[in-house]
Design a protein around this ligand. Structure first.
Ligand SMILES: Nc1ncnc2c1ncn2[C@@H]1O[C@H](COP(=O)(O)OP(=O)(O)OP(=O)(O)O)[C@@H](O)[C@H]1O
Ligand SMILES: O=C(O)[C@@H](O)C(=O)CO
Length: 447
């Protein structure tokens, strides 16, 4: 059987989130870090998720990287494509969600037009895509085009204070309309509630009106199932990871997936336990506080990092002293909005973020070299910096810690045993996530 799904994720934690849902729904899935420079052996693989770092970079770079990922996934024979972004629709007024979706759609349409044998139905489908950010099990739902996090509108959920992509408008039709020259429409819940045929008819109607992007209401997992049935033939779908929960069931009904007993299994973990947190989300701040009630931590501060390497050296000494004890250690830059604002006013948002990311990258490299074998990283940008610094190219997926966050394993230079790695999206995980993550993984042997 050939590759069924090719996904392009705009950050690394988002990529593992999607891969986790695909694996849990029975797809054999590989996650790559960046676009591989070689073909993969996809004989026993149903889905590949290419993790990019394109959420907060300049629009042109995000578009180019995403098109490169699309070309590579097409070369691997993927049947459907999935552009994965954040369930909180993290983006700036210019993008990158709208411009990347436009570019992917246009490239796919151009390819279809070249294929003279493409059916009329395929050609029509290639002119429209959907936006399904919802992930109901984690409290992200969409109603009348408005995104909710739990019972709060997006702009009242903490996301209005995000260090890189503050989200100050919950109306996704309006948010996306600022990012694309093409019309944006809504597939409202009232239609979805009538089932797949009604949803398909509405999409066709919107297409006829020239609507290219359709924001989809989604209240629960049942809506995701209706959406998956409605959308399984679209060349391109876009959204959070929720749709990835439901699509595999439809693929299976169509006979596109081989039966597998357990799509995600890892080797025995080993090595010391470390948490690196660069996320400043409400959820992560709670998790940091909870962790520090039991274990020790070291706080980084962008203002100190701007002065030189002394604070990083301090963190290294702190961590090395404790790693041999095999109790988890936390190093974090996570700080409440007023502290983040202070640093950003002095340094600028981009430089403050970059200083933290560079520090996290160096700490990961040195501490994995010093025996860390079980590593949790909190925050998508932070995870991108860490994973790049470790030279990770592929991740194998294992068991889930909390919805959206699995353990993974990878091979890194200088370490014989695999490195167990959990990439936690900023807003995901229960309050005890950092402590429970290591318990879920099982006891680590000394490596
Ligand atoms: N104290 C701080 N002051 C200013 N910026 C910070 C501070 N701590 C972290 N940052 C930066 O804030 C950004 C946080 O983004 P990151 O993607 O890592 O977390 P997140 O947005 O909560 O997670 P996700 O993208 O998974 O939702 C990073 O660029 C990080 O370097
Ligand atoms: O969809 C989400 O919320 C996450 O997978 C994510 O992308 C956070 O970076």
């Amino acid at each position: 059987m050939s590759l069924v799904l090719g996904a392009i994720a705009d950050d690394f934690t988002g990529a593992t989130d999607l891969a986790n849902n695909l694996v849990r729904a029975g797809m054999r899935c590989i996650q790559t870090i960046g676009v591989p420079d070689h073909a993969l052996d996809v004989v026993d693989v149903d889905a590949v998720v290419v993790a990019l770092k394109s959420r907060s970079c300049p629009v042109e770079q995000a578009v180019n990287d995403s098109l490169a990922a699309l070309a590579w996934l097409q070369a691997q024979g993927a049947r459907q494509f999935y552009f994965k972004y954040c369930s909180t629709f993290d983006s700036t007024p210019r993008g990158n969600i709208g411009p990347v979706a436009d570019a992917l759609l246009e490239r796919l349409r151009a390819i279809q037009q070249e294929r003279l044998w493409a059916t009329q139905q395929e050609r029509v489908q290639g002119e429209q895509t959907v936006m399904v950010p919802a992930f109901p099990v984690n409290g992200r739902t969409v109603y009348q085009g408005h995104l909710f996090v739990g019972d709060r509108l997006l702009n009242d959920s903490g996301m209005q204070h995000h260090p890189l992509n503050p989200m100050q408008d919950a109306d996704l039709v309006r948010v996306l309309a600022r990012q694309t020259p093409h019309p944006v429409g809504l597939l409202a819940h009232a239609t979805l509630a009538q089932g797949t045929e009604a949803a398909q008819a509405r999409l066709a109607e919107l297409q006829h009106e020239g609507i290219r992007h359709v924001i989809c209401d989604t209240l629960d997992d049942n809506d995701l199932s209706v959406l998956a049935e409605t959308l399984a033939d679209l060349p391109l779908v876009t959204g959070g990871s929720g749709l990835g929960q439901a699509l595999p069931g439809v693929y299976r009904q169509r006979g596109w997936l081989a039966p597998v007993a357990n799509a995600g299994q890892l080797a025995t973990p080993s090595g010391a336990a470390l948490v690196l947190s660069g996320s400043c989300s409400r959820a992560t701040l709670g998790q940091v506080e909870h962790f520090l009630r039991t274990y020790e931590g070291f706080a980084l501060d962008p203002l100190a990092l701007a002065e030189g390497d002394a604070q990083i050296e301090g963190a290294l000494v702190f961590a090395r002293q404790r790693l041999s004890e095999m109790t988890p250690v936390l190093i974090h830059a996570s700080a409440p909005p007023e502290r983040v604002e202070q640093a950003q006013q002095r340094l600028g948002a981009a430089q403050a973020g970059e200083l933290v990311e560079r520090a996290m990258a160096r700490l990961a490299r040195e501490l994995v070299g010093a025996g860390v074998g079980r590593l949790v990283v909190a925050g998508g940008e932070t995870a991108g910096a860490v994973v790049s610094a470790l030279g990770v190219s592929e991740l194998r997926l294992g068991g889930q810690i909390d919805p959206g966050v699995p353990w993974t394993q990878t091979q890194v230079a200088g370490r014989e045993a695999p490195l167990s790695l959990a990439l936690k999206s900023g807003n995901f995980g229960g309050v005890d996530f950092f402590t429970r993550a290591f318990a879920v993984l099982g006891p680590g042997a000394t490596s």
